[in-house]
Design a protein around this ligand. Structure first.
Ligand SMILES: Nc1ncnc2c1ncn2[C@@H]1O[C@H](COP(=O)(O)OP(=O)(O)OP(=O)(O)O)[C@@H](O)[C@H]1O
Length: 309
């Protein structure tokens, strides 16, 4: 495993922000961390970079504990982007990246450095602005510059905390292509984001985090498959009222999504859902397998504890 988080708990102030969190990220995985505001995503990414100290549990990268002194060397293989952007205002785009690159690659040859910096600025569509001060940049341009800076040292591992914040459509496409390239080249990525539409296009694995606990994790395909198999979305103006008339029974449960839609979960393979709906006089106008995409999956998994049985 490239990144291994084992039974990590973390308190900030009086608040238990992470509670016995474990996850493993293998080489080449694009691992998405999703969950509501305040769930603990940023805290987890910071712990992985050893910016915070865990209260209990441990974290290793390539087999080295992040609290070990040897991790300082290992850090050079990691690119990271955090929300607090941290660019030097008085420097140009080029100088900002060069400053960072000199820390990571102090012995690099001038020509190599020049080539690498030029390349990442091109990759993130900032080459034409390379001599402009970052004070003249929009939020999205600054975000692209931070992404460029995060990857100038060709990292094997990339940690991204909300990378799409502030990006316009083109910036999002640039980020998507960048992540798809990472996937192709076996770079390991942990990405924390609320942009579910983008995540579903790139992620191989996903963990759902809520109130400091991982409530589900696995490959994206497995999780989607598991949910799609048994879940059906029904819609119509009478649906919710009709469902309220039904007594709970074993093998069938449902979540009310809104005043017109519900997701029904079938727990037994011998239940015929259409027959069940008909025998309970549920008048629906729309019926299909649920979980078309990550957004729907997210809503169901994150709201799982409100399922009526
Ligand atoms: N320094 C701090 N002291 C006390 N509580 C903190 C501190 N920093 C963060 N928290 C709390 O820890 C919880 C988790 O915060 P964190 O930033 O990790 O969440 P997040 O999942 O990244 O949220 P978001 O999606 O909003 O970025 C939040 O409830 C937050 O208020």
């Amino acid at each position: 495993m490239v990144i291994k988080v084992s039974n990590v708990s973390k308190k900030l102030g009086q608040h238990m922000v992470l509670d016995d969190v474990s996850l493993q990220i293998g080489k080449g995985q694009i691992f998405a961390l999703v969950g509501p505001n305040g769930a603990g995503k940023t805290t987890l990414v910071r712990l992985i970079m050893n910016l915070y100290e865990a209260m209990s549990g441990d974290i290793s990268i390539n087999g080295i504990y992040v609290t070990d002194r040897r991790f300082d060397q290992e850090k050079k293989k990691i690119g990271f982007l955090f929300d607090n952007i941290g660019l030097f205002k008085d420097l140009t785009a080029w100088e900002n990246i060069e400053f960072f690159d000199r820390i990571y690659n102090p012995k690099a040859k001038k020509a190599d450095r020049h080539r690498r910096i030029g390349q990442v600025l091109q990759d993130f569509d900032l080459y034409d602005k390379r001599y402009s001060s970052t004070t003249t940049f929009s939020r999205g341009m600054r975000q692209r510059l931070v992404l460029a800076r995060a990857v100038v040292n060709n990292p094997e591992i990339i940690l991204l905390d909300e990378p799409s914040r502030g990006l316009d459509l083109e910036g999002q496409i640039t980020l998507r292509n960048f992540l798809l390239n990472c996937k192709k080249n076996g770079v390991t990525v942990l990405i924390n984001s609320h942009d579910l539409n983008e995540l579903e296009k790139v992620c191989t694995h996903i963990a759902f985090i809520k109130k400091g606990k991982i409530i589900r994790s696995g490959t994206y395909d497995e999780i989607r498959e598991a949910y799609t198999q048994n879940n059906y979305l029904i819609g119509g103006k009478e649906v919710i009222n009709d469902l309220h008339q039904i007594q709970p029974e074993i093998g069938i449960s449902w979540i009310i999504k809104n005043e017109r839609e519900a997701v029904i979960t079938v727990g037994h393979s011998d239940i015929d859902i259409l027959e069940w709906l008909s025998s309970h006089h549920v008048k629906y106008e729309q019926f299909r397998k649920a979980n078309d995409g990550l957004e729907e999956l997210y809503q169901e998994i994150i709201n799982e504890d409100v399922i009526h049985v």
